[in-house]
Design a protein around this ligand. Structure first.
Ligand SMILES: Nc1ncnc2c1ncn2[C@H]1C[C@H](O)[C@@H](COP(=O)(O)OP(=O)(O)O)O1
Ligand SMILES: [Mg+2]
Length: 207
């Protein structure tokens, strides 16, 4: 009984830390340039960058049982269970809450349901940055990245599956948030700095 009360009050104060945080969803296909733009946003605006894929890869690298299960799923180009990703993102947000100007949630939501769960458990995004590039551009960039990334999913077969899944599951996320008027699309066919100038315009408009 006493234990339960203690746990409750801790979890309330943990949640409180991120209740009013500024949240930006960064959505785009694999290889569209999300990570590249996020790095630049961190440098200019002091946001905290949380890539769901990176968080998962850290778990995989730890060699834990959970990590091994995740690796098998990611290698196939599939989505890992929703609760796993969400818990990781939330813990990472709480850990950074005191020093962060806001959060870039990169690579999440991958499907509409993930967005709904995020809002229930964490909060609402004030902006969805849609990093848009053509399929052939994304494939080209991923094949190139695969030469050095060490990512087991940067191979031709998995790339094709990831792209299919992106168009099927993730594009509906963009339409979902368009209805709320918070989507800003940037043209990621352009050179990195020109993309970033479009990104900056979208973020500056938040203030
Ligand atoms: N606007 C741009 N022009 C040319 N190359 C770009 C680019 N944006 C990113 N890249 C390169 C960097 C990487 O090697 C690769 C994938 O970029 P990334 O940021 O890792 O994508 P994502 O995080 O969306 O998967 O493409
Ligand atoms: Mg990335």
């Amino acid at each position: 009984m006493g234990n339960t009360c203690t746990t409750d009050s801790i979890s309330i104060s943990r949640d409180d830390k991120i209740k009013d945080a500024k949240i930006i969803f960064v959505v785009g296909g694999p290889g569209s340039g999300k990570g590249t733009q996020c790095e630049k946003i961190v440098a200019k605006y002091g946001y905290t960058h949380l890539s769901s894929g990176d968080l998962l890869r850290i778990e995989v690298a730890s060699g834990s049982d959970r990590g091994k299960q995740l690796q098998a799923i990611m290698q196939k180009g599939e989505l890992v269970p929703l609760d796993t990703v969400l818990d990781m993102i939330k813990d990472a947000m709480i850990a950074k809450a005191d020093v962060s100007k806001g959060f870039l949630i990169d690579g999440y939501p991958r499907e509409v349901k993930q967005g709904e769960e995020f809002e229930k458990k964490i909060g609402k995004p004030c902006l969805l940055l849609y990093v848009d590039a053509k399929a052939e551009t994304m494939v080209k960039r991923l094949m190139k990245r695969g030469e050095t990334s060490g990512r087991s999913d940067d191979n031709e077969e998995t790339i094709k599956k990831r792209l299919d899944l992106y168009y099927k599951a993730t594009e509906p996320v963009i339409s979902f948030y368009e209805g709320r008027g918070i989507v800003r699309k940037v043209d990621s066919e352009l050179p990195v700095d020109e993309v970033f100038s479009q990104v900056s315009t979208a973020i500056d408009a938040l203030k």
